[in-house]
Design a binder for this molecule. Structure first.
Ligand SMILES: Cc1cc2nc3c(=O)[nH]c(=O)nc-3n(C[C@H](O)[C@H](O)[C@H](O)COP(=O)(O)OP(=O)(O)OC[C@H]3O[C@@H](n4cnc5c(N)ncnc54)[C@H](O)[C@@H]3O)c2cc1C
Length: 272
C-alpha cells in the first residue's frame, strides 16, 4: 500500500504499458475497488485522461464511452430520449454522489448482482468495445459477461447500443430509493396497435445473476397481451432468488411474479 503508484495515462498504449506491470489495477469510478484490492495493488491506472467520455447519438444507435458516469448518461439522454430504458434505470441507481462516480466501464466489468445498467444493456443487445494488447475487439455483452478471458488484460472502451426505438419499462425491487436492488426487471417492447411485435424481458439479481425470459417473450411476441394467460406464463418461469435484505428467496419469487404481472399490465395500458 505504501508503494502504491497512481497513473493517469493519456493513451491506450500507455495504459497497456502500465497494465503489464505487476499488480496493476484499472480504476473507473472506484466504487467497486475494495480495500483488499488496493492493499494488494502496486499501481492504479486511473482512466480519466483517456478519451473515453465520448457519447455519440446517431439515428439508430448509441455509443457510450466507458468513462461516462451514470449521471452523465442520464444528462446526455434525457432531453432526446426521456423514456429511454437507461434514463429510467440509472435514475433509480444508488444516490446522487454515487451516480456522479459510477462508470459504464467499471459497471460492465464488475457486474454486481444489483446492477441497474446490465439488464438494460443485455436487453438492448449491446456490444462491448474492448482494447486488447493486439488491437480493438468487439464482443456482445453476453459473451463479455460469460467469458473470463475477455476480462483479462483488456480495457473496456465503451458500449454500443444498436437501436433506440424500443419502448421501455424498468422496475427495481428495493427497500429505499438508494438501496441496492434485490432484483430488477427490464422490459423493452415494440407494438403495432394492440399487438406486441417484439418484446425482451431481462431480470438481474436472480441466482444465475441475470436471465432473459425467452419463453415468455415467445408467448407474447406477435400477440395481443390480453390474449395471453399471464398467470400460466409466469408460473412456468424457471427463476430463483437467494435470500436478501429485502426478504427470503421465496418472498422475492412471489414479488417477482407480482411485478412481472404489473409490468405487463402497464405495457397493455400503453398499447391500446
Ligand atoms: C454504496 C454503493 C451503492 C451502489 N448502488 C448501486 C446501485 O443501486 N445500482 C448500480 O447499478 N450500481 C450501484 N453501485 C455501483 C456498483 O456497486 C459498482 O461499484 C459499480 O458498478 C462499479 O463501477 P465503477 O466505475 O466505480 O468501477 P470501479 O470500481 O472503478 O471498477 C470496478 C472493476 O472494473 C474494472 N474496471 C473499471 N473500469 C474498467 C474499464 N474501462 N475496463 C476494464 N476494467 C475496468 C476495475 O479494475 C475493477 O475491477 C453502488 C456502489 C456503492 C459503493
Amino acid at each position: 500500500m505504501a508503494d502504491l503508484q497512481w497513473y493517469y495515462p493519456k493513451t491506450i498504449d500507455e495504459a497497456f504499458d502500465i497494465l503489464a506491470q505487476d499488480r496493476a489495477i484499472i480504476h473507473g469510478g472506484g466504487t467497486f475497488i475494495l480495500k483488499g484490492a488496493i492493499d494488494r495493488a502496486k499501481s492504479i491506472i486511473d482512466l480519466q485522461n483517456l478519451p473515453l467520455k465520448y457519447f455519440t447519438i446517431a439515428k439508430d444507435s448509441l455509443e457510450i464511452g466507458a468513462s461516462n458516469t451514470f449521471a452523465e448518461i442520464i444528462d446526455s439522454l434525457a432531453d432526446i430520449y426521456p423514456d429511454h430504458i437507461l434514463v429510467q434505470s440509472l435514475t433509480s441507481a444508488a444516490s446522487t454522489p454515487l451516480r456522479n462516480r459510477i462508470t459504464v466501464g467499471g459497471s460492465v466489468c464488475a457486474f454486481p448482482s444489483w446492477s441497474d445498467i446490465l439488464g438494460p444493456l443485455i436487453a438492448l443487445d449491446s456490444d462491448v468495445e474492448l482494447a486488447t494488447i493486439s488491437g480493438k475487439k468487439t464482443a456482445n455483452i453476453i459473451d463479455y459477461v460469460k467469458t473470463r478471458e475477455l476480462h483479462r488484460g483488456t480495457i473496456i472502451l465503451g458500449v454500443k447500443i444498436p437501436d433506440n426505438s424500443w419502448k421501455s419499462f424498468y422496475f427495481s425491487a428495493k427497500r429505499t430509493n438508494f438501496d441496492l436492488s434485490a432484483f430488477n426487471i427490464t422490459i423493452l417492447w415494440k407494438n403495432d396497435g394492440d399487438i406486441i411485435d417484439d418484446i425482451r424481458i431481462v431480470t438481474v439479481g436472480n441466482t444465475t445473476r441475470y436471465i432473459r425470459l425467452s419463453d415468455i417473450e415467445d408467448k407474447i411476441s406477435g400477440h395481443l397481451l390480453d390474449d395471453i394467460d399471464i398467470n400460466d406464463a409466469i408460473s412456468n418461469i424457471d427463476i430463483k432468488f437467494a435470500n436478501k435484505n429485502l426478504g427470503s428467496g421465496e418472498y422475492l419469487r412471489e414479488l417477482f411474479d407480482v411485478e412481472i404481472k404489473n409490468a405487463l399490465k402497464f405495457i397493455s395500458s400503453r398499447t391500446d
